[in-house]
Design a binder for this molecule. Structure first.
Ligand code: COA
Length: 406
């Protein structure tokens, strides 16, 4: 059975995290992804955060599955001819170099359109057009400038970055969606287009609810936030829920730093929540029975529920509240995650074999298509596919062979 993107070839000029995660998704959907790497060096992540000497790091192997690696020196004229031929024979080019790098290599959007008018040319940068457009960016810079950091953490503490890599891996998903849309449009227009994404813009998209709250400030306090006084910006809300229902992380038995259960008070199950925690008298009490009545008492209510959760493990508390229909979730440590059989069974944690490092666990594809099963294969060694890709390109361009493809 053909996969969703079978027959699509991707020139992968990405590095670090944001770009490689996008092209890994394209590869999992069946595209032939050819990663261009600097000869002898490769993607900087191959050697960053290494856990085993001289072996490609987990940072690299977990972001570059199912790809082929071709070393090309983009400052060498012969290699640039190979690259030009590859662009000619491909459908998508993805890059996340610093601003202007590809232009300096001679591959402007105009030049690329001349080489292959059907090519979708996708770029991820730190910032969109404007004063910051020439600035480099990393994950936390995107979180700082896109509204993520100022709204994360507790009100009496400093701004905090999210552990989830929303600037890199989060934006990779934005980029993947945009490329797929462009690919679909090409089926009608028969021509490529420019796809551009800024990491800061992507963070802002994910901070949408905070911009909602900013505009609510003009009309009174944000009652679901854990404070009474507000300035002219949205404060850090600790663990308050960003949705319409109040939520908080509550301590459970065990005393470990992740022995917490996140509980949401959903109006329709207030009675069963009150009953489960042993406060049936509050089920119909006028001071507690409606969302409006509960809002000014949230701190007191969290303390009451926590008195109950602290008598149980996070798993038992989860089970009981879940059975009562209360939305809640235990806080999983990375150890809990790695030991979760369900995640292994559903393919979100996958064992992969690697010639240099042996077996390791990677994170699987976060979505499933019934007609495109994902089979995760290991990341390529640096230049592992030099010969086969050069031969493939030379077979349809004999001039290239003469120019040094071997
Ligand atoms: N052959 C020859 N040279 C190559 C090459 C190749 N195959 N691949 C890259 N290079 C060169 C580039 O030409 C460039 O040289 P130049 O500045 O002389 O033109 C150089 O490597 C560095 O490229 P750059 O992308 O600017 O890397 P950097 O290490 O200085 O910066 C980032 C890294 C991530 C900050 C930057 O790439 C960036 O801001 N990217 C956009 C946002 C982003 O993706 N951030 C990271 C998210 S994980």
């Amino acid at each position: 059975m053909a996969k969703a993107l079978e027959g699509i070839r991707v020139v992968d000029m990405t590095h670090v995290q944001a770009g490689p995660v996008c092209t890994q998704l394209l590869a999992w959907m069946g595209a032939d992804v050819i990663k261009i790497e600097q000869p002898g060096k490769g993607d900087v992540t191959r050697s960053q955060l290494r856990d085993i000497p001289d072996v490609d790091s987990l940072y690299f192997t977990m972001l570059n599955s199912n790809k082929r690696s071709l070393e090309l020196n983009m400052k060498d004229e012969g290699d640039k001819e190979v690259f030009t031929e590859l662009v000619r024979q491909s459908d998508i080019l993805v890059e996340n170099f610093g601003p202007g790098v590809l232009d300096r290599m001679g591959y402007t959007w105009e030049a690329i359109q001349e080489i292959n008018p059907k090519l979708i040319f996708a770029s991820l940068k730190g910032f969109g057009p404007g004063p910051l457009q020439d600035a480099k960016a990393y994950e936390n810079i995107a979180q700082a400038t896109g509204g993520g950091m100022s709204t994360t953490g507790f009100p009496d503490g400093p701004p905090v970055v999210a552990g989830a890599q929303i600037g890199d891996s989060g934006n990779a998903v934005h980029l993947f969606g945009a490329i797929c849309a462009a690919l679909f449009q090409r089926t009608h227009t028969h021509k490529g287009q420019r796809v551009q994404i800024s990491m800061r813009g992507g963070i802002l998209n994910l901070c949408r609810v905070k911009i909602r709250d900013h505009q609510r400030l003009d009309h009174g306090p944000l009652n679901e936030y854990p404070m009474d006084e507000f300035g002219d910006y949205v404060p850090r809300a600790g663990n308050a829920s960003g949705g319409g229902q109040p939520g908080w992380a509550l301590k459970c038995a065990g005393g470990g730093e992740n022995d917490y259960l996140y509980v949401v008070i959903q109006p329709q199950v207030w009675k069963s929540l009150a009953k489960t925690i042993g406060h049936e008298e509050l089920a119909d009490h006028p001071d507690y029975a409606t969302p409006g009545a509960r809002l000014p008492r949230l701190i007191e209510i969290w303390a009451m529920i926590e008195e109950w959760t602290q008598t149980k493990s996070k798993w038992d508390a989860f089970k009981e509240l879940n059975e009562a229909g209360v939305p809640c979730g235990p806080v999983y440590s990375t150890k809990d995650i790695m030991e979760d059989e369900g995640l292994h069974n559903e393919g979100m944690l996958v064992k992969v074999d690697h010639p240099d490092r042996g077996e390791y666990v990677t994170v699987g594809c976060p979505f499933t298509l019934s007609d495109t099963p994902v089979e995760i294969t290991r990341s390529p060694l640096l230049g592992e596919h030099n010969e086969e890709i050069r031969q493939l390109l030379a077979s349809s361009n004999p001039k290239l062979e003469a120019a040094g493809a071997q």
